[in-house]
Design a protein around this ligand. Structure first.
Ligand code: BGC
Length: 720
């Protein structure tokens, strides 16, 4: 069907059919769903009729080929014009084969593997009947109190943009119409949802347009440039107006300036939330503001269903604005080939074959290992197979390692640390004890753990936050481990045996009481289905750690937000004698995070030498080529992430002390050396000026090259 045919179809639609097309409801509302019929009460409350449901445009949260085929079949029996439903779900870091959480994926700095993971997630979702995933989430994050940092690839707009692009390509492929193993991507949450005041979810976001364009918008733009078919609005305000009713953001910027012609969907209930936000007096006004702002689909509330008709009848909005929104939705259905094949990839038999297949699990294992970050190692890792290991802690045998946004993944499918270690060593070499729960424990549990520890040569302490402690609505003001776990480590520490801490968490934690009482720390995040295997691979050195932090680990919560690309201030701490009081500093803690962005250790050592820029000046026409030699100087193979940062010494507005401009992840055998080359062009030096123009300034710059943001070698250059 081409656009004209779709327009003709719209001409045949009644106004109620159009409005229903803009509505998205959860699975239980639909005939054929396994929960069918449980929803009469909620329907009445929402003020919607069976007729509206029969004409609804899309479904939230359905999964499984059998159920989705059935719902579609029932729908098409009753839908007058035969318009198929769109099925949308959150397949954020895997469908059933769960990959590490996105913050971990960001820490892999492995864009190709991230793309592969999105491709697998899409394949599993598509064969199970899903058409659209609510991913990637690309919100830039700087505040670990916010529970949703785990859904983001971190604190840097360049890194986030690389992953945004890769994930969209992985989900969508290059031909959504014919490649039935792909799903449409929906980049979220537009815009700046990752910057809520105080790290409290859904809270106000307050920043200048310039800062938003500079740091927060690039990753959404990268996702759109990669072809993301949908955009989801954010819950927060942007310059005083909730994103979901924000014309300047959604129409002027997204539609007009960026020419986005795909579908915009509100976040869950966000249209109705315009009322408590205080910009709409009732549901009808909320509907008007959202549709005027360019929101095509209202997720889960029914302001459109109940309000749009009267708005058109009273000439408060034109019917053409509905037609526009309907057209975009029908175009997406067309692109997915649903008019020809409303069941698309949904295939019960193939679903059984490919969902959670061995190959998918293998990639999940690889990515989990690459995403873990070795923060500390006083020579005790990797473990030796003749050592007796005391595996202790609430995560020793826990399968709560998938993260909060893996609702289709089953914990029972997850490999625990114990199971992973068992594949490496025999029972006799492993003493396992829980020690305590995540937030509470008993004396008996503690005693048992101390006993196990005494019988061991080395202790692996598996600690962390359970998955509900981060994720959506998972903000916390204290980001240390719960006290009971700090007590556990303290008691074990008293035994004076080597301690390796493996951390499971969705946010960077305040690691006081952990890093200072251990000899090695491995940040495993929520590693996903294959977590236990990946961790065992790392602990025994079958895989060499190569992850680098995508988000700073704060020294303590008092310095949050803490991030690497800060401004120098007029009184930088290191510019004065440390005795002087009047500099930008805390009196009680350092300014620096405990572990900075880009940081992560390896079991081998690398040397980075012969760094040679092609020139000490660059121009708009002629960029710089920076070459160097990276050598593996240790005795095991490994990967290193070489990072290029730039500082603009004098700007029209203040420029960050460093900004990531490139990175390369390089694998080297022991003794092997390779040339690493970066190209730096003038456009990488552009930034948003006070008039919002995106351009560079001639003048002096410094390039920094290294293996974390603060372990670098630098050289000056000029832009002429
Ligand atoms: C979240 C979104 C998610 C949506 C649908 C909302 O609460 O903010 O990220 O896609 O629910 O499940």
């Amino acid at each position: 069907m081409d656009k004209e045919l779709l327009k003709n179809l719209i001409k045949q639609m009644t106004i109620d059919e159009k409005i229903a097309q803009l509505m998205q409801l959860a699975t239980p509302f639909f005939k054929g769903s396994s929960h069918e019929g449980q929803i009469t009460g909620p329907m009445e409350k929402l003020g919607i009729t069976n007729y509206m449901v029969q004409n609804t445009g899309s479904v939230l949260g359905a999964s499984g080929a059998k159920e989705i085929r059935k719902i579609q079949e029932e729908h098409l029996k009753e839908n007058r014009l035969g318009i198929p439903l769109l099925f949308m779900s959150d397949v954020v870091h895997g469908y059933k084969t769960i990959f590490p959480v996105p913050l971990a994926i960001g820490s892999s700095w492995d864009v190709n593997l991230a793309k592969k993971s999105a491709e697998i997630a899409a394949r599993e979702a598509a064969v199970s009947g899903i058409h659209v995933t609510f991913a990637p989430m690309v919100d830039l994050v700087r505040d670990p109190r916010w529970g949703r940092v785990m859904e983001s690839t971190g604190e840097d707009s360049y890194l986030n943009s690389e992953f945004a692009r890769a994930q969209v390509q992985g989900f969508q492929g290059t031909d959504l119409t014919n490649d039935l193993d792909r799903v449409a991507a929906c980049v979220k949450h537009f815009a700046a949802y990752g910057a809520p005041e105080g790290g409290r979810d859904y809270n106000t976001v307050n920043m200048s347009e310039r800062q938003m364009r500079e740091s927060y918008l690039p990753a959404y733009k990268a996702a759109l440039d990669a072809g993301s078919e949908l955009v989801m609005t954010a819950f927060n305000t942007v310059d005083g107006i909730p994103a979901t009713g924000n014309k300047k953001l959604m129409r002027d910027l997204l539609r007009d300036e960026w020419n986005f012609d795909g579908v915009v969907i509100s976040d869950w209930g966000a249209v109705k939330e315009l009322i408590p936000h205080g910009v709409a007096k009732d549901a009808t006004e909320a509907a008007r503001k959202a549709i005027e702002a360019g929101v095509d689909i209202e997720m889960m509330t029914t302001c459109y269903a109940n309000g749009l008709r009267s708005l058109v009848e009273n000439s408060e909005i034109e019917e053409s604005i509905l037609d526009e929104a309907v057209l975009r939705i029908l175009q997406l259905k067309q692109k997915l080939g649903l008019f020809e094949n409303p069941y698309r990839g949904a295939d019960v038999k193939r679903e059984q074959e490919i969902v959670m297949c061995g190959q998918h699990r293998q990639i999940a294992r690889e990515l989990a290992a690459k995403s873990s970050v070795l923060l500390k190692n006083e020579g005790i890792l990797p473990l030796k197979k003749n050592q007796t290991v005391g595996l202790i802690g609430p995560f020793a045998e826990s399968n709560d390692i998938l993260g909060q946004w893996s609702w289709l993944g089953a914990k029972d499918d997850a490999v625990t640390v114990r199971q992973g270690l068992h594949k490496k060593v025999t029972n006799t070499k492993l003493k396992v004890a829980k020690g305590c729960g995540v937030e509470a424990g008993t004396e008996a549990e503690l005693e048992e753990a101390l006993e196990a520890a005494k019988q061991s040569d080395v202790i692996v302490l598996a600690l962390g936050e359970d998955s509900e402690m981060s994720g959506e609505a998972g903000s916390r003001s204290v980001i240390q481990l719960p006290e009971v776990q700090l007590k556990l480590i303290e008691k074990i520490h008293e035994l004076d045996k080597p301690i390796i801490v493996v951390l499971f968490n969705g946010r960077p934690l305040d690691l006081h009481g952990v890093f200072d009482k251990s000899n090695a720390v491995l940040e495993a995040w929520f590693p996903g289905t294959e977590g236990g295997n990946a961790i065992a691979d790392l602990l025994y050195g079958d895989v060499n750690p190569s992850g680098k932090l995508a988000m700073s680990i704060p020294y303590s919560v008092g310095q949050v937000p803490v991030y690497y690309n800060y401004f120098n201030t007029g009184r930088p701490k290191d510019a004065h004698d440390a005795q002087i009081r009047y500099v930008s500093q805390y009196l009680d803690i350092p300014n620096e995070p405990l572990y900075p962005f880009g940081f992560g250790l390896s079991y081998t050592t690398f040397s980075l030498r012969d760094i040679r820029p092609s020139s000490n000046t660059l121009t708009a026409e002629q960029g710089l080529t920076i070459s160097m030699i990276l050598e593996n100087t240790g005795d095991v193979a490994g990967e290193e992430v070489v990072q290029l940062y730039v500082q603009d010494l004098v700007g029209e507005v203040v420029r960050p002390v460093k900004e990531l401009k490139g990175f390369k992840k390089v694998f080297l055998q022991p003794g092997e050396a390779k040339e690493v080359v970066f190209e730096l062009a003038e456009d990488a030096l552009r930034y948003h000026h006070t008039d919002l123009q995106f351009k560079s300034d001639k003048g002096e710059f410094i390039a920094y090259i290294g293996n974390s943001c603060n372990n670098v070698t630098s050289f000056p250059f000029e832009l002429n």
